[in-house]
Design a protein around this ligand. Structure first.
Ligand SMILES: [Zn+2]
Length: 137
């Protein structure tokens, strides 16, 4: 019975399975980190209430740190969206191809950054053009 059963997971190629695992791990890591950052930001707001003496210098460095944390949080949010997107593409069998030039993204790059949407060449073009790729438009 199990022999003839062909589920989507069973059909998933070994490579896809590997990237699926990498993506899930990256997602866990990021959601965990966002949780910690969020708690950190909330806690430092409550320093006064917890009876910790706050000098002006501490307050300003605290709010600067909060801002930094919030920036990181929104960056993590972007990465999270990219991970979700990569998971969708994996399900559609389009995973691992550059969104701009349709070339296969190098394996080493995907292992390092499983949610990469562009090959290194297109990525660097985008970095030089404020996130746009004139060749792909
Ligand atoms: Zn490309």
């Amino acid at each position: 019975m199990a022999k003839t059963q062909k589920t989507k997971t069973a059909k998933m190629a070994d490579a896809d399975k590997k990237y699926y695992d990498l993506l899930m791990r990256a997602r866990d890591e990021i959601t965990g980190r966002m949780q910690v950052r969020l708690e950190g930001a909330l806690n430092s707001d409550n320093l006064d209430k917890r009876g910790v003496t706050t000098h002006m210098a501490d307050v300003s460095s605290d709010s600067a740190r909060n801002e930094f944390e919030l920036q990181l949080l929104s960056k993590d949010g972007d990465v999270l969206k990219m991970i979700e997107h990569a998971l969708e593409r994996l399900a559609e069998g389009e995973y691992g191809y550059c969104m701009d030039c349709d070339q296969r993204i190098a394996e080493a790059r995907l292992e390092y950054r499983p949610y990469a949407m562009y090959c290194t060449a297109c990525k660097s073009i985008r970095e030089k053009n404020n996130g746009r790729n004139p060749h792909a438009e």
